[in-house]
Structure formats: structure tokens, C-alpha cells
Design a protein around this ligand. Structure first.
Ligand code: IVH
Length: 667
């Protein structure tokens, strides 16, 4: 009996997987929906009766199981980076020029549609889908596995037992979006703005049954780490993904020149409305993985790929008023209040005007008819004024002389365009500082957004960042729109943030001139806040990448008795004040030829992989850079080295072959 049961369950799973694939990946259903539903119900019944036979890759998982109370954080094994942007033909040609400078003229590009959805990472172990995550800040995302399983085009089991991380874009097809909004309209509910928001919102629902209802889909576009798959080009990678059972986008095209790329871009700009899903541009990638490797990355994005963004839609509306807000650093920013208008999928009511100079430059008056677009398709911006539509009733605007929040006099610091409120007790600055403290790149406290912080601040439950760690559940429950469960979750996220590594806190404190990257450098170098507090300006400047201005600012900040009091309060409240990431190496302490040198690798290496060579050089205190310049100390030229070798010869840079490198590394 049990053998029979096993066999039947296996048979149902195989059938359902096959039908799923045919319907959702190939778009070629072979059985009516009712047959699929019957088989699925039979499987669910058998699994419910025999829970020990349930497996994580069973197609029954796609209907969505129990709701979670919170999403776990997931560290991506390979960072999920974003791409640099191109907005016109010139930007594309510029990209091509730089690529060819790096790897020579033998380049082909893969062009793909840039799907407008949510980036996700899917991890497979021995062919089984084990974890799916959002992008998050690029290094840490959220575990949304149970929601991703409801996307039927995501294989739960691959056709081969590979272990790999796959990247893709989850999205909602236009038709599903329209149908959903149609339902909402009938129910008299507020409509969703665009398919991307619904896809992102659905995948961030704690209850997977909601995601299961949303008809989401996915196109995968890359492998996190090709490892031992044998793939040597991006296009082969995509073909492999297709073979493994994934849905890849069929409109991709290999192009032999930038002219062909531009043709592809133009074609899809026109054909965009006919697609069944939304795209916001074209992604162009160097096809050869070896060349990708050679080009490498900047701090934020790969040098071997670029995203061409379609031009933003522009609309006309009326500027009703200008509102002033005070930011974390006291800068007063004017915002245009607009007659609501639909732009690129959402209703826009406000747009930043940046500063007074911009208002004057664009000659913006209250009551004007203005052109609005979304910069990068996200942030609304006033492009200009239709002066011919003026009636004479428009009113000139000028910035106030006093802070709209605390009424102290505004000042314009030397060389700055912005007007600032310099009162450190200004409530607006304190509130914005708190919002910054909990934000993603800082302490990353989930559930503590702008709205909750503002409420807590207004209710006087928090007045500085230490107060966040004094909050109690009973106080939270009293807030508007805060239930028992959200309050518990919030308390848990606050608690969890206490163990963040020091750089998160340093960035969160909002020290002038200290961005996320500098915070990391400081934390890595000084390791504890006590050591950083004691550091002199000279010691700070001695750190690579810390300039005079920043060093002054850091020293002044920690000299302030108020700050010292705050830090000791945070310590007493149990907030971690120690760096717990990888250790910084002091190059001066390394006894190696490579210490402090900038090295460029080019050509094909035979003994080491390029990554191995890079890691080894870096371990010995060297810096590996992607291009040859005056600052280059050494070029390692492998087989068939081209333009970089020439450049190195021109600059008189020392040149070694791979054998010499290997020998030096052994020392
Ligand atoms: S490749 C290293 N290909 O666009 C970065 N991205 O900044 C690899 N996107 O957030 C990205 N379609 O989620 C790539 N065919 C495609 C894409 C695509 C959409 C998204 C992606 C990322 C953003 C690029």
C-alpha cells in the first residue's frame, strides 16, 4: 500500500511539474485547467493524510502555506549590484568605447529587455530550490522563499542537480494587473499604481496565500556565480538556465557592434506597448565572461553592463503651492504641490524643486502651468514652465528668512546654494535624523519608517536615537494603525538592530560628511567606537580615503559632550559598538612586494584564475584595478594581452608575465 502511495504521489508530482512547465514557462498548455486542479487536489489530499511524505519541492507548495510573522534576513553569496544608466545614444557609445578600451575591439553584446519588476535571487542546492530572497541593500535581502514558490514558472527542482544562485526579475503581467484593478474598481477600493508596485508588495506579504493569488511571473537573467557549470559567456548562461527549466526572456539578442545595440534599443522603444509585461529599458551586457572579468566593477556596478532607460514620460499640470521642509542637516528644501496627475504609472502630487536658485532659473511662479516628469522614472521633477499659459495671476515665490519649523534665522553657508537652519534643537532636524537612523543603510529597523517615527516623535515617546531602544510594546500599541503583532515585530526588529556591526551605527548617527562607505572604512580601521572617539584628526587623516574635511568633522562630533553622553547611553542600552565584519589590513605592516601597489591584470591567465590572482594580490596588500593609468605600478600581462599592455608600455609601467607573478606570490 505504502509503495503504491509513494508511486502515486511521485506520479502526481511529475505530472504537475510537467504541466506547470508547459503552461507557465513554455506557454503551451497540454491539459485543461480542470485536470491540473484535480491532480493538485489529489496530491494535497494525499500529503495532508501522510504529512511525513511532504517535501519542500512538492508542487503543492505553490498554493502557499502558513503565514510568517517576520521575514528572515538573507546574506547574498554574491552581491546583487545595480547597473549604471544610459539615457541616450551618446551614453551608449561612451559605454562601448570604455569597454573596448578595456578589452579590445573583439566584443559582442547581449541585449535584453529590462523588465520592470522586483529583483530576486533564487538559490538551488543539488537541483532543489532552497531559498529565494529580495535584493535588499544588495548584500542582505529578505527571505521570501514561500512567496516565490507560488510563482509557477520558478522550478522547484531543476532538470540537473546543480547548485547555483540565479538572478531574475519577478513581475506582474499587464493583463493580470488590469484584471486586478478592475476587481478593485468594482469593490470601490483604491486602485494599484502600477504592476511593479503590486509585484513588490505581493512578494513582501507575510501570508503566501496572498502572493499565490497575484499571478506573478518571472524572467531570470543571470547566474550569481557560474562556478563549475562550464559556461563561458552570458548567452550560454541564459541557454543553460532555459535548459534547467527556467523562464528566460525570448526577445534577447546578441549584437556584434554598438550600432546593432542601438538598433535593438530603438526597435524595442517602439514595440514596448505591445509587450505583455512592462519594461523600463534595455540591459546591455558584454557577452564573454572572461571579458566581463577583465572589465570588473566600480564601487557600485559592473563595467561590463549598462541599463538604457527609456525617456521619461512628461505631463502638464498646475503648480498650486510651494511647501518648505527642513532636512536632517537643516537644509530647507522647497517642494512643489501639484494638481494630481498621472505620470509613468503613478499619481504625482508633489515634486522636489531642490533650491531657490533652481526656482529662479526655471522662473517658476505659484499658479504656473508646469511640465512634470519622473527622473529615472522614480522621483517627480518639474522640468519647466509653460509661460505662454500664464494669465497674469501667478505669484512670485521667495524663500523665507526664518525656519518654517523652529523660526530661527536661516543662513546660507559659504559656497552653498542651500539655505540652512543651524539650530541644533530644530525639531524637524531631530525628526529627520531619527528617520535616517532607522533607514536601510543605517540601523535598518524594519517597521520603523517615516510615519511611525513621526508619530513617536510627536507623542514625545522618542527625542533622540537612544530613546528608540527604550521603547516598550505598550507604548507602541497606542499608536495609530499599530496592532499587537506589528508592535511585537517592531520590538523584535529594534532588539535585533542592537547587534548590528559598528558601521551601521556610525552611518546612522549622521555625522557630517560621513556616508555609508566612509562609515565602513572608519569602523574597519578603528574597530570600536571608543578607539574612534579617541582618534585625533591626524590619526583620522592617516586612514586611506578619509580626507581633511571628514576627519575634522568626525573629531568635532566625538568631542561634543552631548555626543559622548549619547554613546554611553547606547552602550548601557546594549547597542553593539564594535565592528564585526572582515578585518582591515594595514598595508604598511605587510612585508610583500605588492603592499600598497596598484596592479592591473590583463590577457588570459593560464595558471591562476583571474579571481585567484586578484584575491592573492589583495591579501598581500595590493590593489587590483581594471584600467591602466598613471597610478598603475605593475601590469600582469597574460596570453594575448592587447590595449592594456600597450597603455602600460606607454606609461612606463613595470610589466610581468604570469610565471613571474606566481613566483612572487610564493615568497
Ligand atoms: S542584469 C549586475 N538584466 O534592472 C547587475 N537586470 O540595475 C545585473 N533588471 O535591479 C542586472 N531586467 O533587477 C539585468 N534583463 C535584465 C534585467 C535586469 C530587469 C533589473 C534588475 C536590476 C536593475 C538593473
Amino acid at each position: 500500500m505504502s509503495e503504491q502511495l509513494h508511486a502515486r504521489i511521485e506520479e502526481l508530482r511529475n505530472l504537475l511539474n510537467k504541466w506547470n512547465y508547459e503552461y507557465h514557462v513554455l506557454d503551451q498548455p497540454t491539459v485543461p485547467d480542470s485536470e491540473y486542479d484535480n491532480a493538485l487536489h489529489e496530491l494535497i489530499r494525499l500529503e495532508t493524510e501522510n504529512p511525513d511524505l511532504l517535501t519542500a519541492d512538492s508542487p503543492s507548495m505553490r498554493v502557499g502555506g502558513a503565514a510568517l510573522s517576520v521575514f528572515e534576513k538573507v546574506e547574498h553569496r554574491t552581491a546583487m549590484l545595480s547597473l549604471g544608466n544610459a539615457f541616450n545614444e551618446e551614453d551608449l557609445r561612451d559605454f562601448d568605447r570604455k569597454v573596448r578600451q578595456g578589452v579590445g575591439d573583439q566584443v559582442s553584446y547581449m541585449c535584453e529587455l529590462k523588465i520592470d519588476g522586483l529583483a530576486v535571487s533564487l538559490r538551488y542546492e543539488d537541483g532543489l530550490f532552497v531559498q529565494g530572497a529580495t535584493r535588499g541593500d544588495g548584500s542582505i535581502g529578505e527571505d521570501i522563499t514561500q512567496n516565490l514558490k507560488t510563482i509557477r514558472s520558478i522550478p522547484l527542482r531543476l532538470t540537473k542537480p546543480y547548485s547555483l544562485e540565479v538572478r531574475g526579475e519577478a513581475y506582474m503581467p499587464k493583463k493580470s494587473f488590469e484584471a486586478l484593478n478592475e476587481q478593485k474598481k468594482l469593490a470601490g477600493e483604491e486602485l494599484f499604481a502600477n504592476p511593479r508596485n503590486v509585484a513588490a508588495g505581493s512578494l513582501r506579504q507575510l501570508d503566501p496565500k496572498l502572493a499565490a493569488k497575484r499571478n506573478l511571473d518571472i524572467f531570470v537573467y543571470g547566474i550569481g556565480n557560474v562556478g563549475s557549470t562550464g559556461v563561458t559567456s552570458h548567452s550560454q548562461g541564459l541557454d543553460l538556465l532555459h535548459e534547467l527549466g527556467f523562464k528566460t526572456n525570448p526577445e534577447r539578442q546578441k549584437c556584434a557592434s554598438i550600432d546593432e545595440v542601438i538598433e535593438y534599443v530603438q526597435k524595442w522603444q517602439e514595440k514596448r506597448p505591445n509587450l505583455a509585461y512592462e519594461i523600463d529599458g534595455i540591459v546591455i551586457k558584454v557577452d564573454s565572461l572572461e571579458q566581463q572579468d577583465e572589465l570588473g566593477f566600480t564601487a557600485k556596478s559592473p563595467r561590463w553592463a549598462i541599463a538604457y532607460k527609456f525617456p521619461a514620460e512628461e505631463v502638464v499640470t498646475k503648480l498650486i503651492d510651494i511647501e518648505l521642509s527642513v532636512g536632517r542637516t537643516g537644509v530647507v528644501t522647497p517642494t512643489a504641490l501639484l494638481e494630481p496627475v498621472r505620470v509613468a504609472g503613478t499619481v504625482v502630487k508633489r515634486a522636489s524643486l531642490h533650491n531657490e536658485d533652481l526656482i529662479r532659473e526655471k522662473d517658476i511662479k505659484l499658479g504656473d502651468t508646469v511640465i512634470v516628469k519622473k527622473a529615472g522614472d522614480i522621483i517627480p521633477e518639474v522640468v519647466g514652465v509653460l509661460t505662454e499659459r500664464r494669465t497674469g495671476e501667478e505669484i512670485d515665490f521667495s524663500m523665507p528668512s526664518h525656519c518654517p519649523e523652529c523660526e530661527s534665522e536661516l543662513v546660507r553657508l559659504d559656497g552653498e546654494v542651500a539655505l540652512r537652519c543651524i539650530n541644533p534643537m530644530c525639531p524637524a532636524q531631530i525628526r529627520e535624523g531619527l528617520i535616517h537612523f532607522v533607514s536601510r543603510d543605517a540601523m535598518n529597523i524594519d517597521g520603523l519608517g517615516e510615519r511611525v517615527i513621526s508619530q513617536l516623535f510627536e507623542e514625545k515617546l522618542i527625542s533622540d536615537v537612544a530613546d528608540i531602544y527604550r521603547l516598550e510594546k505598550d507604548q507602541l500599541i497606542q499608536l495609530e494603525r499599530m496592532g499587537d503583532k506589528s508592535a511585537t515585530n517592531l520590538i523584535n526588529s529594534i532588539e535585533a538592530s542592537k547587534s548590528n556591526s559598528l558601521e551601521k551605527l556610525l552611518f546612522g548617527l549622521g555625522i557630517r560628511h560621513v556616508g555609508a562607505k566612509a562609515a565602513k572604512t572608519l569602523a574597519q580601521q578603528f574597530e570600536t567606537i571608543e578607539r574612534l572617539q579617541e582618534a585625533t584628526v591626524d590619526e583620522l587623516v592617516a586612514v586611506n580615503e578619509i580626507g581633511d574635511k571628514m576627519a575634522e568633522s568626525v573629531a568635532t562630533y566625538f568631542n561634543n559632550p552631548e555626543v559622548q553622553k549619547l554613546i554611553s547611553e547606547l552602550r548601557d542600552l546594549g547597542v553593539n559598538l564594535v565592528y564585526n565584519g572582515p578585518k582591515a589590513v594595514n598595508v604598511a605592516d605587510i612585508d610583500s612586494y605588492f603592499a600598497g601597489k596598484t596592479v592591473v591584470l590583463t590577457g588570459k591567465l593560464e595558471i591562476l584564475s583571474r579571481n585567484e590572482a586578484k584575491e592573492k594580490i589583495e591579501l598581500l596588500g595590493g590593489k587590483v584595478s581594471g584600467s591602466v593609468s598613471k597610478k598603475t605600478d605593475l601590469l600582469i600581462a597574460g596570453e594575448a594581452a592587447g590595449s592594456k599592455l600597450e597603455a602600460a608600455q606607454k606609461h612606463g609601467v613595470e610589466i610581468w608575465d604570469e610565471a613571474r607573478l606566481v613566483e612572487e606570490l610564493k615568497k
